[in-house]
Write a protein that binds this ligand. Structure first.
Ligand code: ATP
Length: 405
């Protein structure tokens, strides 16, 4: 089934409001396995609106319209649909009752203008609107469907979820389910090379997305029911897990910070950190988690070379140095100063090389009296992104250490 969305309202064309209804509906259609081929915005002009709707009705099986269901003359969606269908709008008793009662609950009498919100055409049935006056319209004619919903997202979304989604689910006969695997430590090109063969396959499909917290792999399966779709996903996920092992650090809504917090709390371990060019970003990432006072003992930002020398990170301020050794020194120092079980040192610098900004991060994860993990990594990008990536790099290294502790 092919769907199309029309967001109506001159305010949208004037840039006074941003269309958030289309992304919401687009997302919902994707989960239903309904293809969305077109989305447009049209103002409150009868001829132009009718033109857009005529085109949509011709080329798509389902057209979803939002907005223009209010009581004023400028709200013309019903009139446009009635015009396309060449049908007359008549008062619908049940809708009139709903609107009258809505005003009654507010202690008001229904203004006459609101009566037009109680109309239907013969091809339409009303979609109940529990949060507003305007019911929606579900129109079916010649095997095609038009769904008209109010503009305010607070009214539109519950109507979609309660009434429209279940009806479309029955019609679509298939559903789409997705699962995102989050990776770190492999470049997009390398990952593309490794999982490339799965990316050409139709069901489940696999797509890569570069995000600040790594490369995400989204597996999407289409089937007649959820169980079959999830089974397809599980099978592909297990192949990818075997292939990429601990380069996959989480799924769906997981954040690396939360995973680490759980690991630290489960093992009853405490942590302290020292960082330089990330200016407190690493400390913020850990301190900002629920229950952080139970595992995060504190941190230092060591930017100035005199301070770095006085703390023993470098030999003297005249010979600045930044490498895995300084990172390790920072990690051991905070284990001692903050009485922590684990110390992270995140040292590094950002340089401008031939016009490109490059960040070089050195990470050390030291465990009191035991283990040291020292790694370095180079990242291209803007300053904030470099800091984010370097912190991710440090957290990813910490997760690796915690997994085998
Ligand atoms: P009402 O009965 O409230 O007038 P309506 O169905 O006539 O609802 P519009 O008049 O088109 O809808 O829009 C009313 C309000 O709904 C807008 O001012 C805006 O705040 C919100 N709205 C409308 N369309 C959208 C959209 N596409 N995305 C986000 N918000 C929207």
């Amino acid at each position: 089934m092919k769907a199309e969305i029309i967001a109506s309202g001159t305010e949208l064309l004037l840039g006074q409001i941003t269309d958030t209804n289309t992304p919401f509906i687009a997302n919902q259609l994707a989960t239903l396995g309904i293809d969305l081929f077109y989305a447009s915005i049209v103002g409150d002009n009868f001829e132009r609106f009718l033109g857009v709707l005529q085109q949509a009705f011709k080329r798509s099986d389902i057209t979803i319209i939002t907005g223009g269901l209010g009581p004023t003359k400028g709200d013309i969606t019903r009139e446009v649909i009635a015009g396309l269908m060449n049908e007359k709008m008549e008062i619908d008793a049940a809708s009139k009752k709903h609107i009258t009662e809505y005003f009654g609950r507010l202690g008001m009498e229904m203004p006459v203008n609101n009566l037009k919100q109680a109309t239907l055409i013969p091809s339409a049935t009303a979609i109940l609107n529990p949060l507003g006056t305007a019911p929606g319209w579900w129109v079916e004619k010649n095997g095609k469907i038009i769904i008209s919903l109010p503009g305010p997202p607070a009214e539109m979304q519950p109507m979609w979820l309660r009434e429209v989604h279940p009806r479309l689910e029955k019609k679509a006969g298939s559903i789409i389910v997705s699962r995102t695997l989050k990776t770190w430590g492999l470049s997009e090109a390398k990952l593309d090379e490794m999982v490339g063969p799965f990316m050409g396959m139709p069901n489940p499909t696999l797509a890569l997305y570069a995000k600040p917290d790594g490369i995400h792999m989204r597996i999407t399966a289409k089937a007649s029911n959820k169980e079959t779709a999830y089974a397809l996903i599980r099978e592909r996920e297990s192949t990818l897990q075997n292939m990429l092992k601990d380069n996959i650090w989480g799924v769906d809504d997981d954040t690396l910070e939360e995973i680490i917090a759980r690991q630290l709390l489960n093992k009853g371990l405490t942590i302290a950190i020292a960082e330089s060019f990330t200016s407190g970003f690493l400390a913020y990432s850990l301190a900002n988690l629920p229950d952080s006072q139970r595992f995060f003992r504190g941190g230092l930002v060591t930017a100035n070379n005199d301070i770095r020398a006085s703390l023993g990170i470098i030999a003297d301020s005249k010979t600045p140095k930044t490498d895995t050794q300084t990172a390790s020194c920072m990690a051991s120092m905070v284990i001692e100063k903050f009485y922590a079980d684990i110390g992270i040192g995140l040292d590094g610098y950002i340089e401008n090389k031939d016009g490109a900004v490059i960040g070089v991060a050195f990470v050390a994860v030291n465990v009191k009296g035991k283990k040291e993990l020292n790694v370095s990594q180079t990242y291209p990008g803007r300053h904030a992104l470099l800091a984010r990536r370097s912190v991710m790099h440090a957290l990813y290294s910490l997760r690796k250490t915690l997994t085998v502790l």
